[in-house]
Design a protein around this ligand. Structure first.
Ligand code: SF4
Length: 431
């Protein structure tokens, strides 16, 4: 493949000065990832070792569980556990034994750490080893932390996938591994595009079941579909796999650049690439043009939350006509976010980490047309007359690849459209 499909260069932000902030952070709990991971990994069970607060968070965030046998639950740490009076390991073993006896369909069990289990320093890695020995080969027991003390909500998925990498079998096969949990319908679209490009064999992490898992080794190349997988990226490199760095597949440009990086690695010809992508590109461009009408010439400010901020800012500025004022990321990883930063036109303040009060001051001074932030900041900012978009919606909505590009633009257009309707109605009422 030649580079004729590469997006036109911008005077990008990769070497722009980064405002690093280490103050109070407004973050959301990493347990949230269970809500989409339990749908994706169909033979897994997520057992949160936490308090009643953790149980309430999960149950209210995932109201679906009343309709089916749930695939996540909470082993409640009582006050006596927190005071160190009980042997929490014995309690945990008893709960896991009951669960696995009652649920023979479970093939993978994730023990998920929480703030309370971290506070009492409950060693879940020891528990996972012990329980794996007890239940192997039928059930694999892994552990990761979803604690919300210091993490952003997307780090839960990263920690979960990173925990899976060391136990994948070794393989010398030359394969592409696509890493990141996507809705099944979006994953199927992606697999079909890759197949048409002649790329294969292709595996995905997380696989839908333990039987579909892949081996890994020095001939594995991997592409990330989500920009918040820094720990998983490091774990895969430790296993010898090679990362194909590319912009993330949001919008027409991002999807094309992401596919082009893979196609170049697998020797796809320019003709085949054009044949496969021309029609979906045209559809994506038309859908974006229609959905992004309210976004043209509007400004946007990103608080650090989902870790999708840089790729989304690239999409909104280059394909939807917006201007970015500040693009805040919880963490910036050059190897992962560099290709998107290269394409993000110069101008916005790039910030990493957070000192929330100072950032709120900057946001109020800038008066952006749209602010992307977490749930805790959205209501106060709306009360001050600023339009907001909840970052968390972006991981619950299918937004990747060509067919979802219009929906992605529409997600950002909706709050602006609502504001304009409300102000028109107010003007009419005042007349
Ligand atoms: S893990 Fe921490 S932040 Fe998350 S629900 Fe439990 S106590 Fe709250």
């Amino acid at each position: 493949m030649t580079d004729q499909f590469a997006p036109p260069p911008a005077l990008g932000c990769r070497s722009a000065p980064v405002l690093k902030q280490r103050g109070q952070r407004e973050v959301f709990c990493g347990l949230t990832g269970i809500i989409w991971l339990h749908r994706k990994i169909q033979d897994a069970f997520f057992l949160v070792v936490g308090s009643r607060t953790c149980a309430h968070l999960l149950q209210s965030a995932a109201g679906v569980m009343i309709f089916a046998e749930p695939r996540f639950g909470t082993a409640i740490l009582e006050e006596s556990d927190l005071a160190g009076l009980n042997d929490a390991h014995a309690e945990l073993d008893r709960t896991v034994n009951e669960l696995l006896t009652r649920r023979p369909d479970i093939r993978q069990l994730f023990l998920v750490g929480s703030c309370p289990s971290e506070v009492i320093k409950l060693d879940l890695s020891r528990a996972a080893e012990r329980l794996t020995q007890q239940f192997a080969p039928k059930v694999r027991v892994l552990e990761y932390s979803g604690s919300g003390i210091e993490t952003t909500f997307t780090q839960g998925e990263d920690a979960c996938l990173a925990a899976m990498v060391p136990v994948l079998p070794a393989s010398d096969a030359r394969e592409l591994l696509v890493v990141g949990a996507l809705p099944d319908v979006v994953e199927d679209q992606m697999l079909s595009l890759l197949e048409d490009l002649g790329v294969g064999p292709v595996r995905v992490l997380p696989a839908r079941s333990i039987d579909a898992e892949m081996g890994i080794g020095e001939n594995t190349v991997f592409a990330l579909s989500q920009p918040f997988l820094g720990e998983t990226h490091a774990a895969l490199e430790r296993r010898g796999a090679r990362h194909l760095a590319a912009p993330f597949p949001f919008g027409d440009e991002g999807t094309t650049a992401w596919l082009a990086a893979i196609a170049a690695e697998f020797g796809t010809s320019d003709e085949t690439f054009a044949q496969v992508t021309d029609a979906p590109r045209r559809r994506a461009r038309a859908a974006i043009a229609q959905a992004s009408e309210p976004l043209r010439d509007k400004s946007i400010f990103f608080f650090p939350d989902s870790q999708l901020e840089v790729p989304l800012a690239r999409f909104l500025t280059r394909e939807c006509g917006m201007s970015a004022l500040e693009v805040g990321m919880p963490y910036i990883h050059d190897g992962i976010h560099g290709p998107d930063l290269d394409l993000l036109p110069q101008g916005p303040q790039i910030s990493e980490g957070q000192d929330v009060d100072l950032q709120l001051d900057r946001c109020r001074a800038a008066r952006p047309d749209l602010t992307v932030c977490g749930l805790g900041l959205a209501n106060p900012l709306e009360a001050e007359g600023l339009s907001t978009k909840w970052a968390i919606e972006l991981v619950f909505t299918p937004v990747h690849f060509y067919e979802q590009a219009g929906d992605l633009a529409a997600l950002f257009a909706r709050p602006l459209r609502r504001k304009s309707i409300l102000s028109t109605s107010a003007e009419v009422a005042a007349e």
